[in-house]
Design a protein around this ligand. Structure first.
Ligand SMILES: Nc1nc2c(ncn2[C@@H]2O[C@H](COP(=O)(O)OP(=O)(O)OP(=O)(O)O)[C@@H](O)[C@H]2O)c(=O)[nH]1
Length: 399
């Protein structure tokens, strides 16, 4: 199995985080798709879409993880509801410990923000609240958390109790290991911030800037601009998308409400809806009010291309975290000895080589990698070959 990624969902109360989580994890999974089960209600299974590769080979795939709907593979990924972005944290209480512990286990974040401006920083009803405040608030709190840990690493270096020739990046990488950052990456970030390698020379701004760069590198984030089915949210979105100070953000317009309504209606047999699609079909008997509601959702989808929930998940995983879907295949046909056709789809880091892919397939191959084969062209691929999205690759090893 490839390593499963964890998308963390964060947001202050009442922004629609529960609606988003429920909508994203409420899937009409066909029998036999074996969704993973958990006793922790804050962890759910969501899916990202990958265009199936089997039709190109004139075959129909039989996924062993996730499922197939039409020509789209729904590949599972974990979604974690990171609870407890506590009201009042900005007044000096800081982020809660549980929140930070849970956050550490995520690879990428979706920050659900109420773009309608109808909830204040504490999550209480209001009007005209600027969503930028929520975005700034979370970024600043995370930066302060990182800064605290960074400072400990700097002190560790200053106390010099490891070895005389210690490099600063070595102590920082050790201190910040929970954030999964290597010495080389820290070195690169210190260079990027351009503050030199002597922490005695770093002032408060330098430290904060470095903390921020490390945060951005290790907790990449997507903003789910929620409640976009309201005119106020649409207005705010336009304004913020045009604000040069917020150019660095990856924002996805979305309506958790619409996604939840469509999935509920699909389950009830009232509509035919495939998550992520830009339209749906009404197939059951509905009341005039239900029809009106559904037509409003359709208008929204026409305007924004979809409800945005799938888009937020996929932007987080593919664009922001940068994983690539790769199918393990066979050069002499896609089926295996169990009669399954293209059963797996691995989500691996975008800079992976054919050899890395081989390791994610068989962690025990050691030096046994011989070569790989691109199943589409039957070309041989060396170990340095960098995988492309939707590659179908057979790995040949000595064992
Ligand atoms: N218009 C609109 N309202 C939404 C949307 N998503 C959620 N809401 C509403 O926003 C309110 C809060 O939604 P929840 O999903 O409970 O929000 P939450 O962020 O999980 O809030 P807590 O459970 O309090 O933490 C509810 O009244 C929802 O009906 C949306 O996409 N559009």
């Amino acid at each position: 199995m490839s390593k499963s990624h964890r998308i963390g969902l964060v947001g202050k109360p009442s922004v629609g985080k529960s609606s988003f989580f429920n909508a994203a994890t409420m899937n009409d999974v066909p029998e036999g798709a074996y969704p993973f089960t958990t006793i922790d209600p804050s962890v759910g299974e969501a899916y990202v879409r990958v265009e199936d590769a089997a039709p190109e080979f004139g075959e129909v795939s039989t996924p062993s993880v996730g499922y197939l709907e039409g020509d789209v593979r729904f590949v599972p990924t974990k979604l974690v509801d990171v609870a407890g972005l506590i009201p009042g944290a900005h007044e000096g209480n800081g982020l809660g410990n549980q929140f930070l512990t849970d956050l550490n286990e995520t690879d990428v974040l979706i920050h659900v923000v109420d773009f309608s401006g109808e909830t204040d920083l504490e999550g209480e009803p209001t009007e005209g609240h600027d969503p930028r405040k929520d975005i700034d608030f979370l970024e600043e709190e995370l930066d302060q958390w990182y800064l605290g840990v960074l400072e400990k690493g700097i002190n560790r270096y200053a106390s010099g109790y490891v070895t005389e020739e210690d490099d600063i990046e070595e102590d920082l990488a050790e201190q910040m290991s929970a954030f999964k950052i290597s010495e080389d990456e820290i070195k690169l970030l210190i260079r990027r911030v351009d503050i030199g390698f002597d922490p005695d020379e770093w002032d408060d701004d330098d430290r904060l800037e470095l903390a921020r760069e490390i945060r951005k590198a290790t907790k990449p984030m997507v903003i789910a601009a929620n409640k976009m089915d309201t005119p106020q949210a649409q207005e705010n979105f336009q304004e913020i998308a045009a604000d040069p100070e917020y150019e660095h953000l990856t924002m996805v317009p979305c309506s958790a409400h619409a996604e939840k309504a469509l999935k509920t209606a699909d389950e009830a047999g009232v509509v035919d809806y495939r998550p992520g699609d830009d339209d749906f079909e009404i197939v059951g008997d509905i009341s005039p009010e239900q029809e009106l509601g559904l037509e409003q959702i359709r208008d929204f989808m026409t305007e924004y291309g979809a409800t945005g929930v799938q888009a937020a998940l996929e932007t987080a995983l593919f664009d922001v975290l940068g994983v690539v879907p790769v199918f393990p295949g066979g050069a002499n046909g896609l089926g295996n000895e169990r009669g399954e056709v293209l059963p797996d789809c691995y989500l691996i880091p975008s800079d992976s080589t054919a050899e890395d892919f081989a390791y994610s397939l068989h962690s025990d191959i050691g030096e046994g990698f011989l070569y790989a084969i691109d199943c589409r062209s039957n070309r041989q691929l060396g170990k340095e070959y960098e995988v492309e999205p939707r590659d179908v690759i057979e790995v040949v090893t000595t064992n």
